[in-house]
Every structure is written in structure tokens, then in C-alpha cells.
Design a binder for this molecule. Structure first.
Ligand code: A3P
Ligand code: MG
Ligand code: MG
Length: 389
């Protein structure tokens, strides 16, 4: 299958016309030079409080400090029980989060438009549109970056065009109620780990006895260019080192926190390199976070060792499993594919779907122009109306 229009009937749409596809059957096609990627600039931030209410401040920013007994190798012995207080955890309601779509980020954009943020707004134009080609969340970019090596999970991305920008959102199906109690608990462990290492102010200490509420988060808004295409994206970030103070012009003083089962043999190391290291690299690289602090745990949720990993080193030591240039070239090709596929006359009422099928290894494009959709538009009317003023 070649990229572009194909004759294969699987890729025809209902009217019998050829559907456009982007194929990933041979990922060597993406094995060119690493694409142009400008250092992500932090253009703003916001907090979501424990009720997921948007707040224009640093209230949910957390400060990280490494426990004192760190050895020269960057490794350190600890004893964190991730089950501590687990029965009282307040977990976020994923369904209600899906309903909000890009709303928090859109709200930030409107706020900055009022404040005349010259980084992102075209002040010469009477409509004052964004100087941005793509608006999305960081998780969507991490998903795209990992797609060349994804063999199991399909994805669907919803796109809509408004003024000069394309807004992207990953559609997730309804959560089948098959998340087991164990899965729920281990998902909370990651947040408990953050609580052991992060404090709410630079001179406070972490408090693992405080009730955990995973709704609260601090989000940075970043701007970068991939292959010349300007991107604006929101990213939930774990913590900044306590020696740093806002405002932040980039995320070089932020850290990503991760838990992982102990890696004790070659087989476990191979599995880590094959399935995890690329996702960890992508998530931090795309926002310019240089360090990941890993807590190694056992099956009972006891973290006994911390290790600081260099994000760049993570990439270098995994070249036998995945290549970052292939990841980033695919990401760029996908963004170009989206740009080419959406008709010039599309409006914010039109939806376009991009579907990755992990089995056949193609991304196909579905034009939903003029089709009524039960979901509300990706962009709410309050955003559209305000941007048209
Ligand atoms: P771990 O990564 O330590 O397991 P993030 O690492 O991106 O900051 O996310 C924080 C935590 O949210 C994760 O910690 C994990 O506990 C939970 N989490 C993130 N993505 C998840 C997913 N897809 N399914 C279940 N839990 C997830
Ligand atoms: Mg996080
Ligand atoms: Mg984390």
C-alpha cells in the first residue's frame, strides 16, 4: 500500500471513493534525519484544583526535592509504601474529563488573547487568530511519536479546523467497567509516589499522610515547531525542583516522576526497553524535561530504590529497540497528512477522523463533513464566539 489514495477496497469510503491513508507497514521510510525541532518554549501555565476547576495560578505546582542520602551514581535507598492511605484516595472521573475535551487549554488561550500574548496571537490580523498550526495536548503527541512501534492499540484522533489552526483530540471509547480493583489501585500508586517526593511550596516537606486527590494538576502550555509547523500544547507536569521559581521559560528544571517494577534480569530489561523506555522518552522529550526520577517497587507497592534517569541517555541506550528519528519523522508526516487531508473550506462544525489500525498498520482519514454527530463539537461555542471578536 502506498501513501495517498489507494485502490484496495478496504480503504474506500461509503461513496466508493478512495480513502486517503498513511501507511506504517515499512517504518524504514521514516528513517531519515531527525526533523527540525525547536526547543519547546513554556508560554504559560494553569492549575486545576481538587474539583478540576480551572485556576489561573501556580497553586497546584509541586516542588521536588531528592531525599538526602543520594549516592554518586544517582541512586538512593528509600522505603515508600504506595498503599499508605490508599482506601481514602479520591480518583478522577475519567468520563467527565473526556466531556471537557480541549476546554481547559481553550480557556487558557482566550485568557492569553485578552492579555495580548505576542507569542501565540497574530495581532496584525483583524480577527486576531492564533499563529499556530496545531493545538492539542501533550498526550496526543506522545501517542503519535510511539505509533511506528505500536503493534496492539488502535487509536482515533478527531480534528477540526478553525481560523488558521487545526485542533486535535484523541477519542477514547466508553470505559468498559472492566478496570479491576487491582488496576485501579496500581494506577493510584503512581500519584502516591509523587506525594512522597513533592511538596506544595519550596520550603515545605512532602506529606504522604495528606489525603490523595488525583484531580488536582498543574499544566504547562508549550510552543514548539516540528519541521517548521508551529504547535501549541498543554501538558500536565509532575514537579519543578525546589530551587526554581516561576516564571519558567522552559521546563529544564522540571522532573517527570515514574514508578516501575524492579528490573532484576536481562529479560525484564529487554521488556523495559521494548515497551516503556520510548514512551517515557517521548513524554519528556516533547516538553523539554531532561530528568526522570524512577521509583522501583515490588508487587506490594513498596518502593525501595530511586534512580534519576537522563532522558537523552534513555534514548541512547535503546537504539537497538527504537529510533527517535523514526518516531519524530512519523509524527511530522502525520501532521502534514492531517493538514493536506482537511479541505480548505472546512469550518469548526466539521469533524475529521484519523484512525490508526495496529493490525493493518495504516492511518486512514475519514471525512465527516456535514455529518451530524451526537457528540458536541470539539470547539465549544464560547470559544468560537470569543475568537471571532
Ligand atoms: P506511573 O507512571 O508511575 O505508573 P505520569 O507518569 O504520566 O505523570 O502519570 C502519573 C500516574 O498516573 C502514573 O504513574 C500512573 O499511576 C497513572 N497513569 C498514567 N497513565 C495511566 C494509564 N494509561 N492507565 C492507568 N494509570 C495511568
Ligand atoms: Mg504526570
Ligand atoms: Mg509521572
Amino acid at each position: 500500500i502506498k501513501n495517498g489514495s489507494v485502490r484496495d477496497p478496504r480503504f474506500r469510503n461509503s461513496s466508493g471513493r478512495c480513502k486517503k491513508v498513511l501507511n506504517l507497514i515499512d517504518i524504514e521510510q521514516f528513517n531519515g534525519n531527525f526533523p527540525e525541532f525547536t526547543r519547546p518554549k513554556n508560554v504559560g501555565s494553569f492549575s486545576l484544583d481538587s474539583h478540576r476547576k480551572y485556576v489561573n495560578d501556580y497553586s497546584e505546582l509541586r516542588y521536588f526535592s531528592m531525599p538526602p542520602e543520594t549516592s554518586t551514581s544517582g541512586s538512593c535507598k528509600v522505603n515508600f509504601d504506595l498503599r499508605r492511605g490508599i482506601s481514602t484516595v479520591i480518583e478522577k472521573d475519567e468520563e467527565s474529563i473526556k466531556q471537557k475535551m480541549l476546554d481547559y487549554l481553550l480557556r487558557w488561550i482566550l485568557q492569553e488573547r485578552k492579555a495580548e500574548n505576542k507569542n501565540i496571537i497574530d495581532h496584525q490580523h483583524p480577527l486576531r487568530p492564533l499563529l499556530i498550526e496545531f493545538v492539542c495536548y501533550r498526550g496526543l503527541l506522545t501517542l503519535l511519536i510511539g505509533t511506528p512501534y505500536e503493534c496492539q492499540k488502535n487509536w482515533t484522533i478527531l480534528a477540526t479546523k478553525f481560523q488558521n489552526s487545526i485542533y486535535l483530540w484523541q477519542l477514547r471509547g466508553k470505559n468498559q467497567n472492566d478496570t479491576t480493583a487491582v488496576q485501579k489501585e496500581t494506577s493510584a500508586w503512581g500519584f502516591k509516589f509523587e506525594q512522597y517526593l513533592c511538596a506544595s511550596s519550596p520550603d515545605a516537606s512532602p506529606d504522604p499522610d495528606e489525603q490523595l486527590n488525583t484531580n488536582a494538576e498543574f499544566c504547562c502550555v508549550l510552543k514548539t515547531r516540528i519541521g517548521g509547523l508551529p504547535l501549541l500544547y498543554g501538558a500536565e507536569v509532575d514537579a519543578v525542583t525546589k530551587e526554581s521559581q516561576p516564571p519558567f521559560f522552559d521546563l529544564k528544571n522540571f522532573v517527570e516522576l515514574k514508578t516501575n517494577k524492579h528490573i532484576e534480569n536481562d529479560r525484564q530489561m529487554a521488556a523495559f526497553k521494548r515497551f516503556k523506555s520510548m514512551k517515557w522518552w517521548a513524554q519528556s522529550f516533547i516538553v523539554g524535561i531532561p530528568k526522570i526520577v524512577v521509583g522501583y517497587r515490588d508487587d506490594n507497592g513498596i518502593v525501595s530504590r530511586l534512580e534519576t534517569m537522563d532522558v537523552n541517555q534513555l534514548r541512547k541506550q535503546s537504539t537497538d529497540c527504537w529510533q527517535s528519528n523514526i518516531c519524530m519523522n512519523f509524527c511530522l508526516q502525520f501532521l502534514k497528512f492531517v493538514k493536506e487531508s482537511i479541505p480548505k473550506d472546512a469550518t469548526s462544525n466539521d469533524h475529521f477522523l484519523f484512525e490508526f489500525d495496529a493490525m493493518s498498520r495504516v492511518v486512514s482519514f475519514r471525512n465527516e463533513m456535514g455529518e451530524t454527530n451526537s457528540n458536541r463539537n470539539l470547539l465549544p461555542s464560547w470559544y468560537i464566539e470569543s475568537m471571532q471578536k
